[in-house]
Design a protein around this ligand. Structure first.
Ligand SMILES: Nc1ncnc2c1ncn2[C@@H]1O[C@H](COP(=O)(O)OP(=O)(O)OP(=O)(O)O)[C@@H](O)[C@H]1O
Ligand SMILES: N[C@@H](CCO)C(=O)O
Length: 295
């Protein structure tokens, strides 16, 4: 039996729609795999009642098929589905690492990115890799048609998760078809600033590089209380705030000393808006960790 811990991730970071992603220290899925004649899946933990155990409908089933690696797979969800924290991707990335090791397939982490993205295609209709790449490789990742660029980063963040669901499929429906040249220029400037910030572990640069006027404004309309939560986080010291992935999670970048105040300000602001939430005080962290034989 093999066990993996596969982290939550936050995609887009505002200015890097479908391109940027980061691995988060918490929460995470824990997945156990054993060889079996055919794939079976059991799911427990956060939001498990909304996750199908049919291998044809679960992201890990698509991964097992892509690796030709049938297994008894047990998923303990730490990352709630439809959260914006890469729930489906955590399972897909974790299964890719575990099944690759279980069957000695010899694929590198980078080679597992398109395999895990097959799982994402199953749930959102597109094999976008901006969550699976950081879930596999850790740190900050840039996904383009030419491949994945990764840098280690350790910037503190608060990820606030409201008790509402936004499916990636629905959130992709509000993405505009076009953007003005001014918006594109502004977003490119932000993305470049953010990238330099990641290489320096600089929360101020990362935060100021999260600005985006193209996709984010449309997505925030799907999240009750977004504007007040954003303002509360900025007042408490966040250097930047944006929608995490397709939402409804909200990501605030910050300095370590402000983390607790920001988490509490975000939860309070959601509360005033009539929405329950919880905040993870964490940081950009490692990719999937593999444990052999219960070690
Ligand atoms: N192993 C799995 N873990 C989580 N969700 C899964 C899994 N397999 C299938 N799903 C389905 O995927 C959907 C959740 O994926 P979705 O991409 O909408 O959310 P997310 O991964 O939290 O968000 P985001 O990609 O924006 O961070 C749900 O419909 C869920 O039932
Ligand atoms: N880049 C994707 C991430 C969500 O899975 C989106 O925002 O739709």
């Amino acid at each position: 039996m093999l066990t993996v811990r596969a982290p939550a991730t936050s995609a887009n970071l505002g200015s890097g729609f479908d391109v940027f992603g980061v691995a988060l220290g918490t929460p995470a899925d824990v997945i156990r795999v054993e060889r079996a004649p055919e794939t079976t899946i059991t799911v427990t933990g956060a939001g498990s009642e909304y996750i199908p155990e049919d291998p044809e409908k679960n992201t890990v089933g698509a991964v097992a098929k892509a690796l030709d690696a049938p297994a008894r797979i047990r998923i303990d969800k730490g990352v709630r589905p439809s959260s914006g924290l890469g729930s489906s991707a955590a399972s897909a990335a974790g299964a890719a690492v575990a099944l690759n090791a279980l069957y000695d397939r010899g694929r590198s982490r980078r080679e597992l990115v398109p395999v895990a993205a097959e799982g994402e295609a199953l749930v959102s209709g597109e094999a976008h890799a901006d969550n699976v790449a950081p879930a596999l490789l850790g740190g900050f990742t840039i996904v383009t048609d030419d491949g994945v660029t990764q840098v280690d980063a350790a910037v503190p963040v608060v990820a606030c998760l409201p008790e509402i669901s936004v499916s990636t499929r629905d959130a992709r429906g509000v993405v505009p078809d076009s953007a003005s040249m001014d918006e594109v220029v502004d977003t490119v400037g932000s993305a470049a600033t953010l990238t330099v910030g990641m290489t320096r572990d600089d929360p101020a640069l990362v935060g100021s590089g999260m600005h985006d006027d193209i996709v984010t404004p449309e997505r925030t309309k799907l999240i009750d209380g977004y504007e007040s939560v954003r303002e509360a986080a900025l007042e408490a010291g966040a250097t930047g705030v944006t929608v995490s992935g397709a939402g409804p999670g909200i990501l605030a970048v910050c300095r370590r000393r402000d983390q607790r105040a920001i988490a509490s300000a975000m939860v309070d602001a959601f509360d005033v808006a009539g929405v329950e939430s919880r905040a993870y005080q964490t940081a950009i962290g490692e990719g999937t960790t593999l444990y052999r034989d219960g070690s």
